[in-house]
Design a protein around this ligand. Structure first.
Ligand code: SF4
Length: 452
């Protein structure tokens, strides 16, 4: 087995405490109001990503200064010791309620339940460490590889699937390790798509990130480079012209980001996404289904609509992995299916992500859908749409005209559809059918037939 932490040779350690701390409104009423950042946002440093990084909430006293209501949660030091804490001032400023019903609070503020343990949970449920021929390089699918280039994030998400790695030490890939990765990729030309991940790659200095990208781009068989990052969500100030000027040199380059809740869609994050999109980088979004955060169909619809407005295509909705420390975020699988059922027909396909379970034991991503296939026969497949309409799809060469048609006692059943005796069963009370009936009523069937 390869150890992820081995990738951190010869690198600078940067886990110093912040050089200064942001202050908050000390008299914030418990459970009601968020810290006051108005004066900080006027500060010239607010838009400086390095200032945001060096002023992250990193320890318990800084956390309690922001969130005094946590003072009675005596196990928090143990949580932070096991799973590091970091929240950018920007992301903290999005908190609207000082309790766990707030989606930003829930995703960023440690909680005691992270120490819960169940038999089905593990540090590395996707068994990434087992699929690492070179430390940090996960080769699972035939044509793709995932490269972990840093263990640093600007904000440590409490639901992180790589809790075993993220923030345990804030380090980045060493030149020697990068050379090993390059050698492996050169020896495996079947890998054409490399996903650069972490940690969060965009927390690295631009020149250090460029070294990784230029190395990958120099490998003839690597066609596509993708970056997985939460930076547009938690540190949008990082998306500078300097960064995008560098990134645009390495096309075809794609970025997948990680928005989970509409409250994360801010003018700052929209601007960050616009900068990336204007640099010609296609943007996708990978959300995680999180109990109490986004496991609500209407909230998720709002997120998807907002993402598309920001030129970000909802790509995946992940069922929460079986990771130690995130049990309290897990939802039943049925909740995700319910959300997909709600979205289909309501939103353009462009705005609907694929709901997937990243299978334990390294099984990879398995799409999970509501069931749209109702019945199958050798001649017809019976499908249902989002409204509940049942329709048959004839197999090639099927001649419906040759099939005996229903007699007067026909039930217009699913069997009739599957055998080609009828072609659809239509619910009578949908808005669309009411509209259709009105059109036919007003214009007459002949006029409708003649359109176009
Ligand atoms: S940014 Fe990504 S890697 Fe970092 S803590 Fe969040 S989910 Fe984990």
């Amino acid at each position: 087995m390869f150890k992820v932490c081995d990738l951190t040779e010869n690198v600078e350690q940067s886990d110093e405490p912040p050089s200064s701390t942001v202050s908050c409104r000390a008299d914030a009423e418990e459970g009601s109001a968020a810290p006051e950042y108005g004066h900080l946002r006027k500060n010239g440093c607010w838009n400086d990503w390095k200032w945001q990084m060096s002023n992250r909430i990193r320890n318990l006293s800084q956390l309690l200064a922001f969130f005094p209501t946590l003072k009675n949660e005596i196990e928090l030091p143990n949580v932070i010791k096991k799973y590091p804490l970091a929240i950018t001032p920007y992301y903290a400023s999005l908190i609207r309620r000082l309790d766990r019903t707030d989606p930003i609070f829930a995703q960023s503020v440690p909680q005691i339940r992270e120490l819960e343990n169940l038999d089905c949970l593990s540090e590395d449920p996707l068994e990434e460490n087992e699929d690492m021929p070179v430390p940090g390089l996960v080769h699972r699918y035939p044509d793709r590889a995932l490269l972990i280039i840093t263990t640093t994030c600007s904000t440590y998400c409490r639901h992180c699937t790589r809790k075993r790695v993220a923030g345990t030490r804030e380090t980045s890939i060493s030149p020697r390790r990068l050379a090993q990765v390059s050698a492996y990729l050169n020896a495996h030309p079947e890998i054409s798509d490399v996903i650069v991940s972490g940690g969060d790659p965009l927390t690295m200095p631009t020149d250090a990130l460029e070294k990784v990208l230029s190395t990958l781009r120099s490998i003839p068989s690597v066609e596509i480079i993708r970056i997985g990052t939460r930076t547009p969500v938690v540190l949008p100030q990082r998306i500078t012209d300097e960064l995008t000027d560098m990134l645009r040199k390495y096309h075809p380059l794609w970025i997948n980001t990680h928005f989970n809740h509409p409250n994360e869609l801010t003018p700052e994050s929209a601007q960050a996404c616009a900068r990336l999109a204007n640099a010609g980088i296609p943007l996708g979004n990978q959300s995680v289904l999180l109990r109490g955060v986004n496991d609500n169909p209407a909230v998720f619809e709002q997120l998807c609509r907002g993402l598309v407005r920001m030129r970000v295509r909802p790509y995946y909705l992940f069922q929460c992995d079986l990771v130690k420390g995130v049990e309290h975020f897990r939802t039943p699988l049925s909740r995700g299916i319910e959300i997909m059922e709600y979205l289909r027909g309501r939103l353009s396909g462009l705005a609907i992500p694929t709901f997937v379970v990243d299978a334990p034991h390294g099984g990879g991503k398995i799409p999970v859908l509501p069931n749209y296939i109702v019945s199958v026969s050798p001649t017809h497949t019976v499908l249902r749409n989002f409204e509940g309409m049942l329709v048959n799809y004839p197999e090639p060469g099927t001649n419906n005209a040759a099939i005996p048609q229903p007699g007067k006692h026909s039930l217009s059943s699913v069997w009739d559809l599957a055998t080609g005796r009828s072609s659809a069963i239509v619910p009578g009370n949908t808005k669309r059918y009411q509209r259709r009936k009105n059109i036919v009523k007003n214009e007459g069937p002949a006029a409708v037939q003649e359109k176009f």
